[in-house]
Design a protein around this ligand. Structure first.
Ligand SMILES: [Zn+2]
Length: 401
């Protein structure tokens, strides 16, 4: 191929992906509107749309409202024209799901995991994917994994996942060899952030977003200008392992007093049990052996002093960390998600109060914090959507140019 021809082909592919991205970002959209948003000519847009329709990726779904002249034909992504698999390895069970292009879960497989070693954890991943790839969802274009730990996404390597006993595991390579489709591997908090950004309630309109996942572990994902920011070593958002308490408890990372040891769901549970003997006026404290997250949640709603104290304290540490984050990034929208979200408004208001106290007043006032809507699905949807956002060409089954 001549260099001029190669450049021409690259431009065409770029334009085609840009048009597809624009259609992906809207429920429905006309050719004229695409041309306006992408600044491509109408002729180029029409050309690209024709090839997307031919690929089966886009369909005409009817007419929009006329603004003077002829009513425009509306285009939409063909939701079930391709499928992806998303995996969430950050729960007390591994959850895998087949997802369509609109983030709808078509089929789900779960395996409970408790104290597995590294090899067994990998076998569980194979087991889930063996099932999901054999159920006839075609064409299947990619697998996205959200895993706890530090990840080198570019190399598809899990550098260190303490819980799963994985070190320098070339997960993407192993899975690509076995299933023969593209695989991407992301930290679970980063995957969750993408899920909330793309499919959560109205966040796609923001260009910048912080999503903090608080479960047994704790981490954040940061989106800047609509793209995941991973930092130089892939660890951007690893706020859970910053030491916030001198002489605190031993963390599973080996340090003492990490944010995770005071602000996570596990921390709240342990602290409620530990403080129970000091609370004669608490219903929750009467039966320390029966304290669970659900019990703490019910007690919190009933204004139980022990429940409210442990949640407020945990929220206080998180709010201070958020103050640090917004002071560095000045991102004005924060979504909180994970097990701790079950404590609802009491937790949210306590986090907000602590952030207000710790950050520059004006910056804190301008920052909205809310609770996410997608729960465990955010990680699955984000892990699969990440592949698309990074590379729309993935959806093309044959090279069209
Ligand atoms: Zn730690």
């Amino acid at each position: 191929m001549t260099p001029a021809k190669a450049t021409h082909q690259k431009t065409k592919q770029h334009n085609r992906d840009l048009v597809l991205k624009t259609i992906f970002e809207h429920k429905s959209i006309s050719r004229a509107e695409i041309a306006r948003l992408t600044q491509l000519t109408r002729a180029t847009v029409s050309d690209m749309v024709a090839s997307l329709i031919e690929e089966g990726l886009v369909e005409e779904i009817g007419y929009g409202e006329s603004i003077g002249g002829k009513a425009p034909i509306l285009l939409s992504l063909a939701a079930n024209s391709r499928y992806l698999i998303g995996l969430n390895l950050a729960q007390d069970k591994f959850i895998g799901a087949v997802v369509n292009l609109r983030g709808e879960i078509k089929e789900k497989v779960e395996i409970p995991v408790n104290d597995t070693d590294g090899e067994q954890a990998l076998q569980f991943v194979y087991h889930i994917l063996d099932q999901l790839t054999q159920r006839g969802w075609q064409p299947m274009v990619g697998i996205g994994i959200g895993t706890p730990g530090l990840v080198n996404t570019q190399g598809g390597i899990v550098i260190n996942a303490v819980n799963l006993d994985w070190q320098d595991l070339p997960l993407a390579h192993l899975l690509e060899t076995r299933y023969n489709i593209p695989v991407s591997v992301l930290n679970d908090s980063q995957a969750t952030a993408i899920g909330e950004f793309v499919y959560g309630a109205g966040h796609h309109s923001e260009s910048n977003l912080i999503v903090v996942t608080v479960k047994h572990g704790l981490g954040a994902g940061i989106l800047i200008n609509g793209r995941l920011f991973q930092g130089d070593g892939g660890g951007a958002g690893e706020i859970g392992h910053v030491v916030v308490q001198e002489n605190g408890s031993l963390c599973r990372c080996g340090k003492v007093g990490c944010l995770e040891t005071v602000a996570s769901a596990r921390a709240v549970l342990q602290r409620a049990i530990a403080l129970a003997p000091e609370y004669s006026n608490s219903e929750l404290a009467k039966n320390p052996g029966k304290i669970t997250l659900d019990a703490i949640q019910a007690a919190c709603q009933a204004d139980d002093p022990l429940a409210q104290r442990v949640i407020a304290d945990a929220a206080g540490y998180l709010g201070q960390s958020l103050a640090n984050l917004i002071s560095v990034l000045n991102i004005q929208k924060i979504v909180l998600t994970g097990d701790m979200a079950c404590f609802g408004d009491f937790w949210l208001q306590s986090v907000r109060k602590a952030m207000m106290q710790a950050a520059l007043t004006r910056m804190a006032q301008d920052t909205k914090i809310e609770v996410g809507t997608l729960e465990f699905k955010a990680c699955i949807l984000g892990a699969s959507a990440f592949m698309l956002l990074e590379n729309y060409s993935l959806l093309f089954l044959q090279p069209s140019y």
